[in-house]
Design a protein around this ligand. Structure first.
Ligand SMILES: *Cc1c(COP(=O)(O)O)cnc(C)c1O
Length: 237
């Protein structure tokens, strides 16, 4: 079994190679270590190998890990799971980034509840690029209005878009899904330049990060390739 440090090294090499092949600037793609269901010891091992950005899906589980790791300086916490409105305060108070906002009500609450002392919360809108599935995310059609409205909220920094395309697509279809997200970001940047920074595409996971990088990903969210396969779904909080 390979260690977490070895896995970070090999995923980093995959990212570098794909970035180079896409003719993109070295360092323009960052690795988000998706640590849901993993114990704090695994995150600690990752930090010791220099990995400081972590993505979590469940609020209470994440808060427990923040407490366990509070002696480690420089960790950046990203929330990437579905958001219930009764969890927005904890998210606004404890995370640097949220990738999974798909409705205005949640964005409003995050803006209201974000402590001013922390500065704006970095936010990505989650888009459902394969509309036949039922996963969370707004539609491409809803996106412009939603982005414009979020641009008005004071304590948020709208950074860009996130998607989880249907993994059971052909390579060509996956590429097309990632490209749709990239095109949607370009459109927003042109039409609503004041609404956000629009410098972020959160797309690509363990099995498809190369395709996502070829289409412009700036964060790849990688879990199992770093930490091994997850146990079958446990109770969520
Ligand atoms: C679990 C998860 C990932 C990581 O998936 P892997 O296939 O393990 O790399 C990425 N993004 C989101 C939103 C997730 O929930």
């Amino acid at each position: 079994m390979s260690s977490i440090a070895d896995n970070i090294e090999s995923v980093t090499r995959r990212i570098q190679k794909a970035t180079l092949q896409a003719g993109r600037e070295p360092g323009s793609v960052r690795l988000l270590a998706v640590s849901k269901t993993r114990p704090p010891e695994d995150l600690l091992a990752a930090t010791q190998a220099g990995q400081m950005a972590f993505g979590e899906n469940y609020v209470q589980e994440a808060l427990d890990k923040m407490t366990a790791l509070n002696a480690v300086e420089g960790i950046e916490w990203h929330f990437i799971g579905p958001i219930q409105s009764n969890k927005t305060r904890q998210i606004a108070e404890s995370f640097s980034w949220v990738h999974s906002v798909d409705r205005l009500k949640i964005a409003r609450r995050l803006s209201e509840q974000r402590p001013k002392s922390l500065g704006p919360l970095n936010l990505c809108l989650q888009v459902n690029v394969n509309s036949e599935d039922t996963k969370s995310g707004c539609s491409l059609a809803e996106l412009p209005e939603l982005a414009a409205a979020i641009g008005e909220l004071p304590n948020l920094n709208l950074r860009g878009l996130m998607a989880i395309p249907d993994p059971d697509q052909s390579e060509a279809e996956l590429r097309k899904s990632f490209r749709q997200l990239a095109n949607a970001l370009t459109d927003l940047k042109e039409k609503y330049p004041e609404a956000g920074q629009f410098d972020t595409l959160s797309m690509g996971m363990s099995d498809d990060l190369e395709a996502a990088i070829a289409e412009g990903a700036t964060w790849v969210r990688v879990g199992s390739a770093l930490f091994g396969n997850r146990p079958t779904k446990q109770s969520q909080s």
